[in-house]
Write a protein that binds this ligand. Structure first.
Ligand SMILES: Nc1nc2c(ncn2[C@@H]2O[C@H](COP(=O)(O)OP(=O)(O)OP(=O)(O)O)[C@@H](O)[C@H]2O)c(=O)[nH]1
Ligand SMILES: [Mg+2]
Length: 235
């Protein structure tokens, strides 16, 4: 099974070396694609330099910051034909590469495996209460609007079988932030593809800065609401 881990980056100069080291420490057979949106801090250049250290490292350079969703879609399209499983992982250290093993164990039996903070055994470390409430509230909202029973549909640590992604029209997806993760879950379920969750420990980044913004929250709120209304009227 060929596995590629997609790591989107925007200004992650100080977190990228550590996350790559930690991923390849788990297995040298993993492949990694860094997807950089022309980071002003030079993350893309650093990623190129790190290729000499890791034979399975590739870098995709995009012209400008265009959101997490667009970066992942380009990463999927670039990887689908050559890899059996694609994993999404943040560069900021919030996702522990050690959790890869339990996620990948399940991908033999499901089309998608979500790393979940909000299922029994899932943990969040160093998040203020406000972030926890936002994430839990967002997940309750997504469940109510979209009628699914997923504990953590907004998380960005997950694996997909490439064959499952090929059944989705990736090019029409234009959600950007957390909403992109919910959009993917919604589309998988529409195609009757299978999803399971495994508990993960999510640790707030200690270096670099979050790209979370008010706009990302508003986008998720509005889009998920709209999908919910569409669902009610078409069922
Ligand atoms: N290529 C690309 N990567 C992005 C973009 N926005 C965020 N990222 C990366 O996506 C990952 C997650 O972004 P974070 O800044 O950690 O935001 P977050 O995880 O949603 O929010 P926090 O929980 O506050 O950290 C990181 O590796 C970022 O560098 C973007 O527009 N383009
Ligand atoms: Mg983060």
């Amino acid at each position: 099974m060929k596995i590629r881990i997609l790591v989107p980056t925007f200004n992650e100069l100080h977190t990228l070396p550590s996350i790559l080291h930690r991923i390849f420490q788990e297995s040298e057979n993993f492949h990694v694609l860094v997807i950089d949106d022309n980071s002003p801090d030079g993350t893309g250049r650093l990623a190129e330099q790190l290729k000499s250290q890791y034979k399975n490292l590739d870098v995709l350079h995009r012209k400008q910051k265009n959101g997490l969703g667009a970066a992942h879609i380009e990463g999927f399209l670039n990887s689908l034909e050559d890899f059996d499983v694609l994993v999404e992982m943040d560069a900021d250290g919030s996702h522990d590469p050690k959790d890869l093993h339990q996620i990948l164990e399940k991908i033999n039996h499901f089309d998608c495996v979500l790393g979940s903070r909000w299922v029994p055994g899932g943990k969040v470390i160093n998040w203020p209460k406000s972030r926890q409430l936002l994430s839990q509230g967002g997940n309750i909202y997504a469940r109510l609007m979209l009628g699914f029973k997923i504990g953590d549909s907004t998380g960005g640590y997950r694996a997909y079988r490439s064959n499952a992604l090929k059944q989705i029209n990736l090019k029409e997806i234009d959600s950007q932030g957390y909403c992109f993760q919910v959009d993917m879950v919604r589309r998988l379920l529409e195609k009757k593809l299978t999803i399971t969750e495994v508990p993960i420990t999510f640790t707030e980044r200690t270096i670099g800065s979050s790209k979370m913004s008010k706009n990302i929250v508003i986008e998720a709120f509005l889009r998920i609401g709209l999908w919910g209304i569409q669902r009610i009227f078409t069922s």
